[in-house]
Ligand binder design. Structure first.
Ligand SMILES: Nc1ncnc2c1ncn2[C@@H]1O[C@H](COP(=O)(O)OP(=O)(O)OP(=O)(O)O)[C@@H](O)[C@H]1O
Ligand SMILES: [Mg+2]
Length: 289
């Protein structure tokens, strides 16, 4: 077992490749419950001894850095010692908890957040969703790899479920594709565990939320699910530069187009636009139909 990789036995050559400073961006892919996030944790520990490390969390469902529905990154300062110790620096709001029906924002957000991270650190590790199956999963992962251009793709494969994704890059100089075997200790997360995990993340995110009021006709607006009630819609609050500053939950729309919103964002921040997500949640983090 390689030093610094307690839960994966990677051979020395793989570790050497990963530690090569030229291999700056490393993307981890695999189906659900294959150990992707655990591998990202191990890599963050391994790298943080000698590099400035950033983790990009492109898993919009089981998110570890930003709230669910976002792609976010965090720098690892000092030795990586758990997700709760690292702080989200930038995020991109996708607006759904699964890439299905919303592939372009996932690819766009991963690219935007990776570009920010790679300017600030020496090693970027990207965690991804487990959506790899079917035409949508395949095109999602292929396009993500094509646009983000990681130097290395770490593929956690049970049988050959990633082969149609990886075949797209056969014969190419980059990315270098390294297949990693899945640990026998991996455990499956039941669907309800995933829902309650998201609920906890949303609840924590909104625990100190305050009510702010925005004038609807003064704002830029994008709605990814037009026609659905505004009430309890999860939204993103965007700066003039187009950055997603924070999420909010619409409380109500009052007369005169005043939108009342719960958000942890400092009320003094200027909000230029909002993005209305597909998800509806309450302040307890419950996802509503
Ligand atoms: N190498 C390992 N050794 C011991 N336990 C592991 C290992 N890899 C994963 N696990 C355990 O298996 C479970 C699933 O792992 P993990 O969350 O990393 O998978 P994932 O692919 O990121 O899942 P998801 O599809 O939810 O993103 C976790 O409880 C984790 O602690
Ligand atoms: Mg994961």
């Amino acid at each position: 077992m390689s030093e610094g990789m307690a839960r994966f036995s990677l051979d020395e050559k793989v570790v050497e490749t990963l530690l090569d400073p030229q291999n700056k961006v490393i993307m981890v892919i695999g189906g659900p419950d294959t150990g992707k996030t655990t591998l990202v944790e191990e890599l963050a520990s391994l790298f943080s001894a000698q590099f400035r490390v950033g983790v990009v969390d492109a898993d919009i469902g089981q998110s570890h850095i930003g709230p669910p529905t976002t792609i976010a990154w965090a720098p690892v300062r000092g030795k990586f010692s758990g997700w709760e110790k690292i702080k989200c620096e930038d995020m991109y709001f996708v607006g759904t908890t699964s890439p299905s029906g919303n592939l372009l924002p996932v690819v766009t957000g991963t690219k935007i957040i990776c570009d920010i991270a790679r300017q600030k650190v020496d090693k970027v590790i990207i965690d991804t969703t487990g959506m790899i199956r079917g035409g949508a999963g395949k095109i999602l992962k292929i396009c993500k790899i094509e646009v983000v251009k990681p130097q290395v793709v770490l593929a956690l494969e049970r049988e050959d479920e990633l082969s149609s994704i990886l075949r797209a890059f056969k014969g190419m100089r980059t990315p270098l594709i390294l297949r990693i075997s899945i640990s026998s200790k991996v455990s499956q997360k039941p669907y309800l565990h995933r829902v309650s995990y998201r609920r906890r993340k949303f609840r924590e995110y909104f625990k100190d939320a305050q009510r702010i009021v925005l004038l609807r006709n003064k704002l830029g607006m994008r709605d990814i699910r037009p026609g659905v009630s505004l009430y309890n819609r999860l939204i993103s609050l965007k700066s003039e530069e187009g950055r997603d500053l924070a999420l909010g939950i619409i409380d109500k729309e009052e007369e005169g187009g005043q939108l009342s919103i719960y958000t942890p964002l400092d009320a003094s921040r200027k909000i230029a636009a909002i993005v209305l997500g597909r998800v509806r949640v309450d302040l307890e983090g419950r996802e509503l139909p």
